[in-house]
Ligand binder design. Structure first.
Ligand SMILES: [Ca+2]
Ligand SMILES: [Ca+2]
Length: 278
């Protein structure tokens, strides 16, 4: 009897072991952040850039990573608390936000430097590409650039340039430049976010964060004039008036550990060395 029980027990353990081993990789428990296979640096016609092996291949891959990095916390434009896993994702009362439409209920990933700003430097965006012909018609713009340029796709998925924001405000900002708008109209409840005349004015507490992302993108991707004569003075002032704080530093460190390249390049390099010497 004891021998039989022992055999059944051993057989059961072997069967369970086999079952666990044979499960497909997708079904196996995944670590908190995805580990991905090394990728080759992309070479394409048009603007050039090389990428670390862990840089997201496109915006879709970036979004799946961002949902883990920014699973809950404060969205940027109003400072509303949110939790992507909760049934009611956004706590509008936490920031006095009053919105409307389906996008007021969701968190979206805002390109701080709009994709169209750098996209228009790609010929696939402005003129199209032979593989973007659809029924005798050349499809240009974002979709063509996404499907034909590995450099554009990766730029669009740069995690440093993407922040969680209320969908309605992501839509209202569109691809407008940031600026300072006279007066203090409040279109979205108590939320301090204004959009007028193709300009968007963010609240004081995030102006430096946004300016530094422009400086990063400008140094990281040369030849796009992301920082230029029109915006350089404003961005320099915002960077000075809203200096980097511990929460921002931790956020950037987390992205560096996932994406594999440093934020502190170009003129931001000096900012990092000042902080280290303090
Ligand atoms: Ca204002
Ligand atoms: Ca700040």
């Amino acid at each position: 009897m004891f021998k039989l029980l022992f055999r059944v027990l051993v057989f059961g353990m072997v069967a369970i072991g086999l079952f666990v081993y044979l499960r497909s990789p997708q079904e196996r428990p995944q670590p908190n952040l995805p580990k991905r296979e090394p990728q080759q640096a992309t070479q394409a016609s048009g603007p050039q850039a090389s990428f670390s092996p862990n840089h997201p291949r496109d915006f879709n891959e970036a979004k799946s990573i961002l949902r883990k990095i920014y699973a809950k916390g404060q969205e940027f434009y109003c400072g509303c608390r949110y939790d992507l896993s909760a049934k009611k994702r956004i706590d509008a009362s936490s920031c006095g936000y009053k919105g409307q439409g389906v996008r007021s209920q969701r968190i979206e990933w805002e390109h701080v430097v709009p994709a169209s700003i750098f996209g228009r430097r790609f010929s696939e965006w402005t003129q199209g590409h032979p593989s973007c012909m659809r029924n005798g018609h050349m499809e240009k713009g974002r979709n063509c650039a996404r499907s034909t340029s590995g450099v554009f796709s990766r730029m669009e998925g740069d995690l440093y340039n993407l922040l969680p924001t209320l969908g309605e405000l992501n839509g209202a900002r569109s691809n407008y430049a940031y600026g300072e708008i006279k007066g203090e109209t409040r279109e979205f409840g108590a939320c301090d976010f204004e959009v007028t005349g193709k300009q968007a004015e963010p609240r004081l507490a995030i102006r430096g964060d946004l300016a530094r992302i422009y400086f990063y993108m400008d140094a990281r991707y040369t030849g796009f004039e992301i920082v230029n004569r029109q915006n350089e003075g404003l961005l320099t002032a915002w960077n000075r008036d809203d200096p980097i704080d511990e929460a921002e530093r931790q956020r950037l460190q987390q992205i560096e550990s996932v994406q594999g390249n440093s934020f502190f390049i170009g003129r931001l390099h000096r900012l990092a060395s000042i902080a280290h010497s303090q």
